[in-house]
Ligand binder design. Structure first.
Ligand code: FO1
Ligand code: 5AD
Ligand code: SF4
Length: 331
């Protein structure tokens, strides 16, 4: 009998900017161009160094989409010495690699050329599909048009980038919409073979946002969505739930096999009111299953050599480190 395995990654969350071209009805992350809307390079480097010292393996760069489209933003970055946000994330990706962290960028919509450039310095990348439905929460978010999201995930496939995507539950979509979204992701993976994991994320209401009073998906509804994901997605695609947003120990039986990225240092800037569970709590969530640390690039993609030559030595070193015999998961 093989014991079930539940994986997770130890990361540092770096919200490079809160400026965003979209205005999603559920989001509390976005801000206008103002003092503090860009993470200063010194702070980013400090976070990378402290996270590496704590044993993290991943630098998660998640930030507002196409901030350069917002007037005043590029001038602000220019004062820090960068041409645009892509230039900044490229530079910090190199800084992460130098400090033994593998970059994973989720910057919202990027063009084929932008993905191609970032691929050189990122071990994996991500973009939530969110939903294929046309929902009011996305009325002011051109980048959440499902056709635009699907095109980017497809471009990442053409470029062979190990990829994370997912669906957001409770933003106005129906159960049929969830099924359609998962089928679209499954089809993309069948065509390009690049989807490592699919996040089934539940909406959490934020005060001051358009959806602050909206109903939240209950545990049974979340469980049903996880089961649906496991049923629809090919077996080599992991189903991930964020362990800080829902009752993970209760949901694990529905087919979850990954708990995503957790950080010993940085908060979840997208859901700042939800602290990350630490290692003992993750073990409790995993229950009888074996809790195993992973990198942001999954083993099957490492084996296939789906990474840039620049990342080869670091990926090899970190893979060895997390596999060291006798080593406790995540210690
Ligand atoms: O690729 C993504 N990774 C996201 N991640 C990263 C994810 O949890 C892991 O780091 C990935 O599994 C990478 O291996 C998040 C991490 C957070 O702390 C908070 C929110 C997210 C959301 C995403 C996401 O939308 N896309
Ligand atoms: C980084 C990812 O976080 C998700 N996201 C954004 N806002 C919320 C919220 N209020 N609750 C849960 N998830 C959210 C989106 O799916 C986004 O793509
Ligand atoms: S969820 Fe992402 S795309 Fe939507 S407003 Fe927030 S930062 Fe922008």
């Amino acid at each position: 009998m093989h014991r079930r395995v539940i994986t997770f990654s130890k990361n540092a969350f770096l919200p490079l900017t809160t400026v965003c071209q979209n205005r999603c009805g559920y989001c509390c992350f976005r801000t206008p161009v103002r003092e503090g809307c860009v993470m200063a390079p010194t702070e980013a480097i400090r976070t990378l160094e402290a996270s590496a010292a704590l044993g993290c393996t991943e630098a998660l760069f998640t930030f507002g989409e196409r901030p350069g489209a917002v007037p005043g933003f590029n001038e602000m970055l220019g004062r820090l010495g960068y041409a645009d946000i892509l230039d900044y994330v490229y530079h910090l990706s190199l800084a992460a690699i130098e400090r033994d962290l593998l970059p994973h960028t989720n910057a919202g919509i990027l063009t084929y050329a932008e993905l191609d450039r970032l691929r050189e310095v990122n071990a994996s990348m991500g973009l939530m599909l969110e939903t294929t439905a046309d929902v009011p929460a996305h009325r002011n978010s051109p980048g959440k048009d499902p056709a635009v999201r699907i095109e980017m995930i497809e471009n990442a496939g053409k470029l062979s980038i190990p990829f994370t995507t997912g669906i957001l539950l409770g933003i106005g979509e129906t159960e049929d919409d969830r099924e359609e979204s998962l089928r679209v992701i499954a089809d993309l993976h069948r065509r390009y073979g690049h989807i490592q994991e699919v996040i089934v994320q539940n909406f959490c209401p934020k005060p001051g946002t358009a959806m602050e009073g909206a109903a939240v998906p209950g545990p049974d509804e979340i469980g049903a969505a996880i089961s649906l994901a496991r049923e629809i997605l090919p077996a080599d695609v992991a189903v991930q739930i964020p362990p800080n947003l829902a009752d993970a120990s209760r949901l694990i039986g529905c087919g979850v096999n990954d708990l995503g990225g957790v950080s010993p240092l940085t908060i979840d800037y997208v859901n700042p009111e939800h602290p990350w569970p630490q290692l003992d709590e993750l073990r409790r969530i995993a229950g009888d299953a074996e809790l195993r640390e992973r990198l942001c690039i999954y083993p099957q993609y490492i084996e296939k050599g789906r990474y840039s030559p620049l990342l080869e030595p670091l990926i090899r070193r970190l893979a060895e480190r997390i596999a060291a015999p006798g080593r406790d998961a995540g210690a």
